[in-house]
Ligand binder design. Structure first.
Ligand code: CA
Length: 246
């Protein structure tokens, strides 16, 4: 008898896992994550988790002196739903100066009423930015307005953070790895190759990321010159112990 009860409880537990009841407890949320930093590009994902939705509206505020918007568009969750035959309209762009402090990227998507987005990947939108020369430290990206809509257009969850007296609810920030002066390629060592990269950059045959350029300005001047490469070579030869910028 006891074995029978244990068996029933075990089967009930397994059934709950199979039916996805194990996922109960995920609170509804909209959040930003930095998913990738590659060279001078940074990819920011908007994830919508713990709820079902068919409509999305999101605006991202960013500092144009540090970031240039390359693309804004649907995430893998919407793409997967479309592959399953559900219709999804998606608009995106970088409309205008939206406040005194930054620019705004937006994505809006509307799907079929019977498309339950909770069964797909939670990545709802993807933004790709290029880092500018000033972006060598911290990259702030702020979710200014975001809402998810149900089949009747009613917001399931809404965040706003646009007004000066209302701090942003969601805030994404990514700190780039620190760099050592002279280590242009960021491999942790000071070598002739670092000086060579600077010379190639000056000659126009190699483009360096803002962070790599910052590491190469060992003379401590605003612009990169042949003198920076020379200082690296002098340090390797033991002629100087430190860099003026360090
Ligand atoms: Ca190096």
């Amino acid at each position: 008898m006891r074995k029978g009860i244990v068996l029933i409880l075990t089967l009930a537990f397994l059934f709950s896992l199979i039916c996805g009841l194990g996922a109960v407890g995920v609170s509804p949320s909209i959040r930003l994550t930095v998913s990738e930093v590659s060279g001078d590009q940074i990819t920011v994902q908007l994830r919508a988790e713990g709820m079902d939705w068919v409509g999305l509206s999101v605006q991202l505020l960013y500092d144009p002196s540090r970031l240039t918007l390359l693309s804004a568009g649907e995430g893998t969750g919407i793409a997967a739903a479309r592959q399953d035959g559900f219709s999804f309209l998606c608009q995106s762009g970088d409309p205008a100066q939206s406040s005194q402090t930054g620019r705004c990227a937006f994505v809006a998507a509307t799907g079929a009423k019977d498309c339950a987005m909770s069964r797909y990947d939670s990545v709802a939108a993807v933004f790709v930015f290029r880092l500018t020369d000033l972006a060598i430290d911290v990259i702030p990206v702020q979710l200014a307005v975001a809402s998810l809509l149900d089949v009747s257009g009613v917001p399931l969850l809404e965040y706003t953070g646009f007004t000066p007296d209302q701090p942003p609810v969601v805030y994404g920030e990514y700190s780039l790895p620190t760099y050592e002066f002279g280590d242009v390629n960021g491999d942790g060592e000071l070598t002739v190759y670092d000086a060579l990269l600077l010379l190639q950059n000056l000659a126009g045959s190699v483009s360096l990321t803002p962070r790599n350029l910052a590491a190469g300005k060992v003379a401590g001047q605003a612009d990169l010159t042949v003198y920076d490469a020379l200082l690296i070579l002098q340090r390797l030869a033991g002629a100087v112990d430190t860099f003026p910028a360090a």
